[in-house]
Design a protein around this ligand. Structure first.
Ligand code: ADP
Length: 607
């Protein structure tokens, strides 16, 4: 229990930690996706810029060849002395070509690097007469090669891309007699870039920004220049008048896990580069990555909001479920309460019904007791009335006989009165048996002993009346709980009745007495082969005062009393006919366990 509580306490911090981790990870992932999107766009843009630059530079790449081959140029270069006509022709040609090609300026240098003709010969910034022998493009052309060079114009102060070619002699095609240079300016291109509003710049082999959409970055370097490099630049005067300070460029390798994300002049940008063929130029396209950062934090905040919402929803649903469960429990409890109330009502109804039944039973018992008492009183009154009427008659006739002096007859009459009163005495003594307390103390009684005593009373009579006695009793005593005298009284009555039932028999009268145990019960049977029990007798056998015997011989109370005695001992007294004739009366009583028996049982168990 304690452990599960501790676990529960741990769950929430864990869930919160997991959700926070998911939010942060989601943010980083969103940033990476955004960066890769930016990178893909930048890769396309840089190629576009490279191609526009390429076009701008190479558009007039072959113009110096064309100019070098024109007779106006070579003629002018080969003229031995200054001929105004040839110079005018060269100037006119250069001007027309320059205007037609949209170049910044086209000019011709002699072998010393002096400008002998130029398309801008009429302008204030005319190149004519100026010496450009320090420029690498002059030296390259002089050695018979194409010269390509970026520089800020020493005369104009405007940056441009210079392309040069040697001019060969007409007479000796191997002999270089001069150099033709065409300058292309990138102002328009850069203006277009600026207009596009994107961050783009072009660096030369030394990492100096030569063209850019950000004017402030022009002639800045990606890394500080070495002293040697600075000296070389001073010599060719490519960046005349420029400090060539380094741009602030920091690597931010951690951002979005990209290596190409850098901080340029305080701006976080993703840098995409492309080399421009044959120029040593590198085009750099800078894509701002603040959008990626925004994506990162937006995703984090969104995920956080979603997490909080999910947790709140989860808690709400859990609470609702709990409430529903409580409601269901309450409904169940209400149902159970109702069922209980119904049950209680039913129990009360049953209890009431039971009480009613009990009182009805009690009333019935009382009624039946009253009925029995009534029957009994009627029977007693009937039985007693006859002798009393007889006594009254005898007394009246005795008085008459005495008045007449017939004393001997009167004596007989008095004798009759005595006989009748004796009969009455028998009835009252039998009735007394009914009144005897049923709570007479019980003790262990041996049925063999009780049977022995009863048979002994009849021993002479059995012989006199020639009745055969068969007795089956076990060796060991069968004990029951009861009163010895009362059991003897029952047995005496049963044997008396059996002998009376066989009184008419001249011979073969048989009295059979058996004692045995069946299923823990003692069974004692008294059987005779006498008259048996007619249906009418069977019906009233145990009723008080029912007798078939003549007046003075039976009271009809014997079996009624016997039945009461056996019933009071918890046993049963039954009667039935036996074949071919006669009746059997059986007594069933529970076998009682004596202390001796218990000891025997214990001894047996010990063995
Ligand atoms: P009583 O012996 O005074 O008549 P009981 O109650 O003992 O009274 O017997 C009632 C009647 O039951 C007898 O009168 C007799 O008709 C009948 N009876 C009892 N025992 C037997 C028996 N063994 N065989 C036939 N009838 C019997």
């Amino acid at each position: 229990m304690l452990r599960s509580n501790k676990l529960k306490l741990l769950v929430w911090p864990l869930v919160v930690a997991c959700l926070l981790a998911i939010c942060l990870l989601g943010g980083v992932t969103a940033e990476r996706i955004a960066i890769s999107g930016i990178r893909a766009t930048a890769a396309e843009r840089v190629l576009l810029y490279k191609s526009t630059l390429n076009n701008a530079i190479n558009r007039l790449r072959h113009l110096p060849i064309v100019i070098a081959q024109h007779p106006a140029i070579s003629d002018h270069l080969e003229a031995s002395s200054d001929q105004a006509q040839l110079l005018a022709a060269a100037h006119a040609y250069l001007s027309s070509v320059n205007t037609a090609s949209d170049a910044a300026v086209s000019y011709v240098l002699d072998l010393e690097g002096n400008t002998i003709a130029a398309s801008n010969w009429q302008e204030e910034e005319s190149f004519v007469g100026r010496n450009y022998s320090f420029r690498p493009y002059f030296q390259n052309a002089l050695s018979g090669q194409e010269g390509r060079f970026f520089a800020i114009g020493v005369t104009t102060g405007r940056a441009g891309y210079f392309t040069s070619r040697p001019v060969f002699s007409h007479t000796d095609p191997q002999q270089i007699i001069g150099v033709v240079v065409v300058k292309v300016e990138m102002e328009q291109l850069q203006a277009d870039w600026r207009e596009a509003g994107e961050l783009v710049f072009v660096t030369d082999t030394d990492g100096i920004v030569v063209f850019t959409s950000v004017p402030d970055w022009a002639y800045r370097t990606l890394k500080p220049l070495s002293a040697e490099k600075r000296k070389q630049i001073e010599t060719n005067r490519a960046f005349i008048g420029q400090e060539l300070d380094a741009l602030s460029v920091e690597k931010i390798s951690a951002l979005g896990g990209s290596q190409d994300v850098v901080k340029v002049e305080g701006q976080n940008v993703q840098i995409s580069q492309a080399q421009v063929d044959d120029t040593g130029f590198t085009v750099s396209y800078l894509a701002e990555v603040s959008a990626a950062k925004t994506a990162r934090w937006s995703a984090t905040v969104l995920l956080l909001a979603a997490s909080i919402l999910s947790v709140v929803l989860f808690l709400y649903l859990r609470e609702r479920r709990r409430k529903q469960a409580l409601d269901n429990e309450a409904i169940e409890a209400r149902k159970i309460r109702k069922i209980n109330q119904r049950l209680e009502a039913e129990i009360n109804t049953r209890r009431q019904a039971e009480n009613d039944l009990r009182s009805a039973q009690e009333e019935l018992v009382l009624a039946s007791k009253m009925a029995a008492l009534g029957r009994m009183s009627a029977a007693i009154a009937h039985e007693v009335n006859q002798p009393i009427a007889a006594i009254r008659t005898f007394a009246a006739s005795g008085k008459l006989l005495l008045e007449r002096g017939m004393t001997s007859d009167a004596t007989h009459t008095l004798e009759d009165i005595k006989n009748v009163t004796e009969h009455l005495a028998t009835i009252t003594s039998d009735l007394k048996l009914f009144a005897r307390s049923s709570s007479e103390p019980h003790s262990l009684v041996s049925l063999q002993e009780a049977l022995g005593h009863a048979l002994k009373l009849f021993s002479t009579e059995l012989i006199d009346k020639n009745v055969e006695l068969i007795s089956h009793t076990p060796q060991h005593d069968i004990m029951v709980s009861g009163s010895l005298t009362r059991i003897e009284q029952v047995l005496t009555n049963l044997i008396r009745n059996a002998l009376d039932a066989m009184a008419h028999k001249r011979d073969a009268a048989l009295l059979k007495v058996t004692l045995e145990t069946e299923d823990g019960e003692a069974v004692l049977r008294v059987e005779d082969n006498g008259s048996g029990l007619s249906a009418e007798v069977s019906e009233q056998l145990f009723d008080p005062f029912f007798t078939t015997k003549p007046f003075g011989e039976g009271t009809g109370l014997g079996l009624a009393i016997a039945f009461g005695i056996i019933d009071e001992m918890g046993g049963k007294l039954r009667a039935r006919n036996v074949e071919p004739n006669g009746a059997v009366f059986s007594i069933r009583l529970d076998v009682a366990k004596s202390a001796a028996d218990d000891q025997e049982v214990l001894a047996g168990a010990a063995e």
